[in-house]
Design a protein around this ligand. Structure first.
Ligand code: WTA
Length: 724
């Protein structure tokens, strides 16, 4: 635990929380979902606030609940910021707050960065953003090649910076950035920083889940460890283009393994270590790795989870299905389990500690094409089969590094804190690649935020789901001491990096809005027919142009890639999210419009849960919907029809939940099983989920028209069984 006080002394300056929609009760314990935090040496902003009446006039401080230090400099700042980044003119109608003021709960505030914050920010005004944004859209090739030139490329791209077709009507969807260039993301993240004289800088401060599991690595030390593993992987025959599955908890070995794969051109696929053996097997069957990297066990609270046994079971299943993996590299996680107690398969299993340290700390880099695959990350969609989201090297590198830098207003002296697990995209882009590419110092730990001084926090961030305004205010007032801008970052596994997110020094924020698009991102809102809607509106969020960090395909299934993302609204990338835009041009994400739910920042397809439920021999049919959940954002609510003659019992309920835990993982366990003698279906047999959602959330007066159901009486039966 010594590490925590050391970390505390680091003085952070900004935080990004995943899945922040519900305000935790004090003291703040980091939610089980990831938390990111960027830290920098203290930067205190004076307390000052404004109330803007109509037409930007300043009301007398006395009439405002805020006692303000109003100077002409501050006023000028508010005036200058009130020019909207959307180009929609001036903000005219809302209260305004300068950082340093606590937000009252129900006020409709606009939150301005302090003049001091803006003055030192990378992007310090709406005009500067507009200028850069316009160039990124009008001259994307020049804009991105200027940024890309800050990285090391063995050879430059040719003949074009990018090539795209995102319109299915014009042929196959294709996205390429920096093609023809050769580079290596591990080289850019580690060697480049060491060669620049930063080898002694701390790359990672680590505080694991388990007591005594902490440490730190400088850039030079991290590079050595990565090289040793790279050399070992090469030694056992892993080469460019080979897949490696990584099933590890948040040990330092996890980013080390990712970077080691990247160094030799191997394609990593990290599987979150909360997934069950069946889910792991499904992923292994899909990408057929040469090696699986895991550890023997991990402790979660009082429990020891035998990860290696989960891998054993997955590998046995895969072998039955014709995919055998010849090597399981196992890290001995001593704080959880001794190696003697670990079940072992001679010939296949190898202890990491026995082999990796014997290899050289120097390993030549494999130069890969910018469009060579970097990683696969499986994510949930609307069907039971997870999608292998494929990211390539060059565009992803440039995009994650750039979004990290601007969304956190990163400065080299910053210390950035992140508790995202590398099993999810946030841990790929904003634990591993984005920060290291910027030469940042990362802190990884979970802990009580309010127990520590937060004086030096500079920027807070959130990701994963819509943050409601009251949670936003809590985050702002309590975690950020009313001093730190919040970067509410909207993005997806598919997008690689932040897409719509505040640039903290550049414009005022509205609690709950992700604000404006990042450079190069052209969002549009379309109606049901796919027509673009202008101005203030609600609809489906689409993106109109490719951006460097976009995924390139779904592994092995380009057709599903096109069908899922490009066919619903031809001419656009469809995000699956609903969105509205207000009169000032601010974007407000309203959540998924497809059958994907978001539990504590974990993305889960309702179809996956349904298929796990119906695998139980006594379950005939299941329909799963998301419901609002106090802590998790969304909870999982399952309607279950049993096989004829089987009585509903408490034991069966437990077994159904167990089936989901076993097939997907504990994080996907349904919160409620609702016994359903029948499900509301249309005459063509389609389940009307709209009605189920209303029953699940007890909005019984909003059931809508039920007359099109094959058997409308089902609805009353379900309501009657609600509280069983
Ligand atoms: C949701 C996580 C509102 C959204 C990075 C998206 C958000 C899905 C936000 C992607 C946000 C993410 N505000 N909703 N700031 N960020 N989402 O792939 O529904 O795990 O489509 O990526 O999370 O989840 P994924």
């Amino acid at each position: 635990m010594a590490q925590i006080s050391q970390i505390n002394n680091c003085s952070y300056s900004s935080v990004l929380v995943v899945s922040p929609s519900r305000r935790p009760t004090a003291p703040f314990k980091a939610p089980p979902s990831p938390l990111l935090c960027l830290a920098r040496w203290s930067h205190s902003a004076p307390r000052c606030g404004y109330s803007l009446g109509g037409g930007m006039e300043t009301r007398a401080a006395a009439s405002s609940p805020r006692r303000s230090l109003v100077t002409s400099g501050h006023l000028r700042h508010v005036e200058s910021m009130a020019q909207l980044p959307s180009g929609a003119g001036k903000i005219s109608h809302l209260n305004a707050v300068i950082l340093g003021e606590a937000l009252a709960s129900e006020e409709n505030d606009l939150v301005f960065p302090s003049p001091e914050f803006s003055a030192q920010a990378l992007v310090s005004s709406p005009e500067q953003y507009q200028q850069m944004y316009r160039r990124s859209i009008e001259e994307p090739a020049d804009f991105w090649s200027d940024i890309a030139s800050q990285f090391f490329w063995k050879e430059k791209w040719h003949p074009e910076v990018y090539a795209e077709n995102i319109d299915v009507r014009k042929g196959t969807v294709k996205i390429e950035w920096f093609k023809g260039a050769t580079t290596n993301i591990c080289y850019n993240a580690l060697d480049r920083n060491v060669e620049a004289g930063n080898g002694g800088k701390i790359a990672i401060y680590w505080e694991g889940n388990e007591p005594g599991q902490d440490g730190q690595l400088t850039y030079a030390e991290l590079l050595d460890k990565v090289c040793q593993l790279s050399n070992y992987l090469k030694h056992v025959g892993v080469g460019k283009g080979d897949a490696v599955v990584i099933y590890l908890p948040m040990l330092m070995e996890l980013p080390i393994a990712m970077l080691a794969c990247a160094r030799i051109g191997a394609v990593h696929s990290v599987v979150f270590a909360g997934f069950s053996a069946e889910s792991l097997a499904q992923r292994i069957l899909d990408c057929k790795p040469k090696v699986v990297i895991t550890c023997n066990a991990v402790r979660r609270g009082p429990k020891t989870i035998h990860l290696k046994e989960i891998v054993d079971s997955a590998l046995t299943d895969c072998a039955k299905d014709g995919v055998s993996v010849g090597l399981c590299l196992t890290y001995e996680n001593q704080s959880a389990m001794e190696r003697e107690a670990t079940k072992w398969q001679e010939g296949r299993d190898v202890w990491w500690q026995d082999v990796v340290p014997k290899f050289s700390t120097k390993c030549l880099v494999e130069w890969v094409d910018a469009e060579d695959p970097l990683f696969l990350l499986y994510t949930s969609g609307s069907t039971g089969k997870p999608k292998g989201v494929l990211h390539t090297t060059g565009g992803y590198m440039v995009y994650t590094a750039t979004t990290f830098k601007y969304a956190f207003d990163y400065k080299p002296s910053d210390i950035y804190w992140c508790t995202a697990d590398c099993g999810w995209i946030t841990g790929h882009s904003y634990v591993t690649y984005g920060p290291l590419l910027n030469g940042a110092t990362i802190v990884v730990f979970e802990g009580y935020v309010t127990r520590y001084s937060r004086k030096s926090l500079r920027v807070l961030g959130s990701v994963g789901e819509p943050i409601n305004p009251s949670a936003w205010r809590w985050f702002f007032n309590v975690v950020g001491d009313s001093r730190c801008p919040i970067s509410d970052t909207w993005w997806q596994t598919e997008t690689g990096g932040f897409m719509i997110a505040p640039l903290p020094g550049a414009w005022p924020q509205k609690p709950g809005s992700a604000t404006f698009p990042f450079f190069g991102v052209l969002p549009v809102i379309v109606d049901e027919k796919g027509n673009e809607i202008e101005g203030e509106c609600s609809g489906y969020l689409c993106i109109k142009k490719s951006w460097p960090g976009a995924f390139r395909t779904l592994y092995g299934d380009h057709e599903r890639f096109e069908t899922t993302y490009f066919k619903p609204f031809p001419g656009y990338y469809f995000t699956g999210d609903g969105c509205s835009r207000d009169q000032d041009g601010y974007y407000w994400l309203t959540g998924r419009v497809d059958d994907v739910i978001n539990v504590s920042g974990h993305r889960i397809g309702t179809a996956e849960v349904e298929s796990a439920l119906v695998s139980h021999p006594q379950c005939a049919e299941a329909a799963v919907v998301g419901v609002e959940h106090e802590v998790k954002g969304q909870g999982i609510y399952a309607f279950v029809t049993l096989v004829e003659g089987v009585p509903y019992s408490e034991e069966l309920r437990k077994n159904l939940i167990l089936a989901v835990r076993n097939q997907i993982g504990a994080f996907a366990a349904p919160d409620k099983i609702h016994w359903a003698p029948g499900l509301p279906k249309t005459r063509s047999g389609k389940i009307m989920r709209r009605i189920l959602r209303k029953i699940a959330s007890r909005q019984l007066d909003e059931l809508g028209d039920t007359s099109t159901l094959a058997d409308p009486s089902v609805v009353d039966q379900l309501i009657a069984l609600s509280d069983r």
